[in-house]
Design a protein. Structure first.
Length: 439
């Protein structure tokens, strides 16, 4: 992503370009509005920062012309001190933001970073809409789930998506966003379990420069990145209590408390949250706030596990095979029946992984029931589970499962993550969380 910086003052133009490049941005410059129109390339430039007052083609005329060529392009206006009225008029006409002269290097780089993040999210959403993966399934349970999703999508209500790991909760969240009035605004997903608790607050709400060690520049945070759109909070049950309180404030008042700043920022964000945990039990255990649960659980959508909708398995398996196989393959009826008899503890994600393995390992054009053995994972001994003491907590069991798997994989984190079926960064976080020491 590149920035086109437009100013007829050579000093401001050169200093601005220098500061932006020093901050790590790619920058091209134009001497005036006409020069900018000649140089602008919609495939190259994702942000234009322009002086408002320029001879012949001023900033306003430039913005209008650019928006005809690249609708939605973020344009930041630079205005003279005391020209707030003109800046407001520019915002009403479609400018993304404005900064007033004289401005600091930090002001310039912060607004550039935020504008480019908006451009990136818009591009991602456009790409995702163009390749949107539908929620597949014709079982009665899935028809009910999809119907509920489509009813709640046009509203502004918060939604809590409940379901086991691998059932497709993020697909539900994306469908809600795609069928809402916010569909042309950002969809931002955050996995609360993948970010250490001490960093999650800054990741969600942003931080000021110098707010903590390593905060060498300000960051807007995921809520401001999702402004006007939808924020998807996955693995909600892993969110620390301290962060839950700040999330509740955003939901109640629409105000984000930026870490290291005394000035709250107003946002307009719809929150869709998801979990595979029993939040009511977590409330009873005082590890989840009841008032936050009430705010998030306006509409609850339950995604059924795959074992409860086995009639959807042939549809899913064929769709995954068409998507993933580099060659022409098909399942035999006996193979599909065998897939329907499995319990699928990893749900749709496990089925997709098996189909991907079969697309590589299947010896012939028709996948037979006997071929499924090639796609199966080696059986693992569960004898060690019998040695666990009675009354052990689920948290301690998880820690022991991770330690056991690491030991079986010679303490190779990547291999252990593959065996457990989780991304490596999530396993690394769990290792740190449980204080498991690697040799």
């Amino acid at each position: 992503m590149s920035i086109l910086l437009v100013d007829d003052d050579p000093t401001i133009r050169e200093v601005g370009a220098y500061n932006l490049r020093k901050a790590g941005f790619k920058v091209h410059v134009a001497e005036n509005g006409a020069d900018a129109l000649a140089r602008f390339d919609a495939a190259l430039h994702h942000l234009v920062i322009t002086d408002l007052s320029m001879p012949e083609v001023d900033g306003m005329a430039l913005m209008v012309a650019l928006h005809k060529r690249a609708p939605g392009l973020p344009v930041v206006m630079v205005t003279a001190h005391g020209s707030v009225d003109r800046a407001v008029a520019a915002m009403q006409a479609g400018a993304w933001s404005f900064i007033e002269k004289p401005f600091s290097r930090d002001q310039l780089t912060l607004v550039a970073a935020r504008a480019l993040e908006t451009a990136r999210l818009r591009a991602d959403n456009k790409r995702l809409r163009s390749v949107e993966r539908p929620i597949l399934g014709d079982s009665e349970s899935m028809r009910g789930t999809i119907a509920l999703v489509d009813r709640v999508a046009p509203s502004s209500a918060s939604v809590l998506v409940i379901g086991e790991s691998g059932t497709g909760k993020e697909l539900v969240a994306r469908r809600i966003h795609a069928r809402s009035p916010r569909s042309d605004r950002p969809f931002v997903a955050v996995n609360c379990a993948a970010i250490p608790g001490e960093l999650l607050e800054a990741e969600l709400f942003g931080h000021a420069k110098g707010a903590f060690t390593g905060a060498i520049q300000a960051r807007a945070g995921r809520f401001r990145a999702a402004d006007g759109g939808t924020l998807f909070l996955d693995e909600l049950g892993e969110m620390p209590l301290a962060v839950q309180g700040k999330l509740l404030r955003v939901l109640q008042e629409g105000l984000v408390d930026v870490v290291g700043s005394d000035e709250p920022v107003r946002v307009d964000v719809r929150v869709v949250a998801a979990t595979n945990q029993d939040l009511d039990a977590l409330v009873q255990a005082k590890s989840f706030r009841s008032d936050l649960l009430f705010r998030l659980d306006v509409v609850r959508v339950e995604v059924p596990p795959l074992r409860e909708r086995s009639q959807d398995i042939p549809v899913l398996a064929r769709a995954f095979l068409e998507e993933l196989s580099p060659r022409a393959l098909a399942f035999s009826e006996s193979a599909l029946s065998a897939l329907q008899r499995r319990s699928w503890p990893g749900n749709v994600r496990e089925l997709r992984n098996l189909v991907e393995r079969m697309s590589i390992l299947a010896p012939g054009p028709i996948i037979q029931e006997a071929d499924l053995a090639f796609g199966a994972r080696p059986a693992q001994s569960s004898a060690w589970l019998d040695q666990l003491p009675e009354g052990i907590s689920l948290v301690d069991v998880e820690a022991q499962v991770i330690a056991h798997t690491l030991q079986k994989e010679a303490w190779n984190v990547s291999q252990a993550a593959r065996r457990l079926g989780v991304p490596r960064h999530i396993l690394a976080y769990r290792i740190q969380k449980y204080g498991i020491e690697l040799p």
